[in-house]
Design a protein around this ligand. Sequence first.
Ligand code: ATP
Ligand code: MG
Length: 590
Amino acid sequence: MTPQPSASAISSLRKAFAFMRPYKMQIALATLALVFTAAVTLALVQFVRVIVDVGFVAGSSQSLGWAIAGFMVVAVIQAMGTFARFYWVSWLGERVTADIRTAVYGHLLTLHPGYFEENLSGEIQSRITTDTTLLQTVIGSSVSVALRNLLMLLGGTVFLFITNPRLTSIVMICIPLVIGPIMIFGRKVRHLSRSSQDEIANVGAYVGESIQHIKTVQAYNHQHTDEKVFSNHVESAFKVALARIRSRSFLITIVITLVFGAVAAMIWVGGQDVINGRMSAGELTAFVVYAVIVASAVGSISQVIGDLQRAAGATERLMELLHAPSNIVSPAEPLSFPEPFRGEIVLEHLRFHYPSRPNTAAIDGLDLHVRPGTSVALVGPSGAGKSTLFDLLLRFYDPQQGKVLVDGLDIRNVDLLALRSHIAIVSQQPTMFTGNVRENIRYGRPDATDEEVMEAAKAAFASDFIEQLPQGYDSYLGESGIRLSGGQKQRLAIARAILKDAEILLLDEATSALDAESERKVQMALDSLMQNRTTIIIAHRLATVMNVDSIVVMDAGKVVAQGSHQQLLATSPLYANLAALQFAANRQNE
Ligand SMILES: Nc1ncnc2c1ncn2[C@@H]1O[C@H](COP(=O)(O)OP(=O)(O)OP(=O)(O)O)[C@@H](O)[C@H]1O
Ligand SMILES: [Mg+2]
């Protein structure tokens, strides 16, 4: 994915910088404060020089007093400048991180569902949280540390030259010696940082899944195995981190040795000058302080370069996410459905395989025509491609061949939001979101009134059980509706679809988890809902599809027969067989 680390890191940094563009005023304030505090710090050293030369060496306590008073004034100004610097730089870090988080999440929501089959959801989550946090510390502190120290380095060097050019040459010779190892180790740190974050993301994904399915984990006594797998992940994250820490420790050691070696050399040379009277004690003090400022600036920069490079790794991944192309997008110039929307569905020579299974067609040359306002049942063995057909209708995937026409328009030429606004679906696994009953039903139409929500619940035969919940419609359902039974979830999903009131209704095994009595009731509600609405019902229990206008038998991605129950009994051996098995079983039960 990353052909040239440096090039892609730079381009992703550029993309990240785009997020700072709206905050020019804040950047200006931060920069001003940054330059100001750096300048004041350097100026303070001049007071030190005066204090030493005038106060200590000349022994004038009045001058010492003035010098110290000046020192204090400048110090207070410095403190205020530091306040502004810290405030605005942190502000930028928080603001930009918040923007990036929102942008990444917003983009993720538009990606084609297939993307999440290839990329683990836990890993993506960890990127949004861990990587952005890393970015936040970097923008909110490391960058400012780097810039401040860069200014100190430059300013300090200038003052060094002014104070004593000869001594300064010693410092200058040392600088390349210090910068060289920083560059070499820094690069290594960046690579290691990327893989360390990747490992952490893996760990996150693993935890998320096992906690979500804790009952299965414990029912199969899988705790020990999971723990082992998890600890392997953690250990390899640790190893990568260790390698990173090792490189960084080396870096710091080298820098410290070089820097203090240079300082020692300076004091030795400068000390000779003071002894010989070529330089005042105050000058040497100022010089050493400047040298220490310059040295610690180099040291700080070398430390934050590691951070900056880690951040570059994090940014690279975030920008990858942010710019992940969606395979399913609205066309640039979408066509509009003719008014009024009728809900006619035509599938023409449809051929489709899932991206992960290029050699197995899930839909294999399928033709189907559903007239507006009519109902069709899809029956057929498991794996025949029934649910896949719904995915294609909602355009979660595009077929490799053939087309899906809704009201005469190829759905690839229509705006995605417009298409989906006309379709209500109850999917095979009803999905609940963390929240209460009301919120979950209202998902179908966010602007629905409380009365409309209750009506929909009533129509889905859900109101009885909802009213028995501790807080009725306000009852909290837990994560993914964990506090509901399977059949209750199904009825809420049906209520949600009823509330959406779309012209096309797709029901995928919508009543499969209900007992016979509830199923009969929900079926009655659905029958009235289906009036004048294009409806496709997927069902395994043939008894539930007796009232549809037409039954379509699917097998291995194809339509193998179509007609009424009676017609199919005569024409389709597959259907006759299904019917014989089911109705025989029913008779036995009676
Ligand atoms: N996301 C996916 N990636 C790859 N293959 C998939 C995916 N989803 C389904 N399939 C495969 O596509 C085929 C059709 O699946 P589909 O879910 O449409 O069957 P179905 O008719 O709805 O079956 P059931 O009655 O069991 O729900 C199956 O062979 C299945 O393994
Ligand atoms: Mg299915």
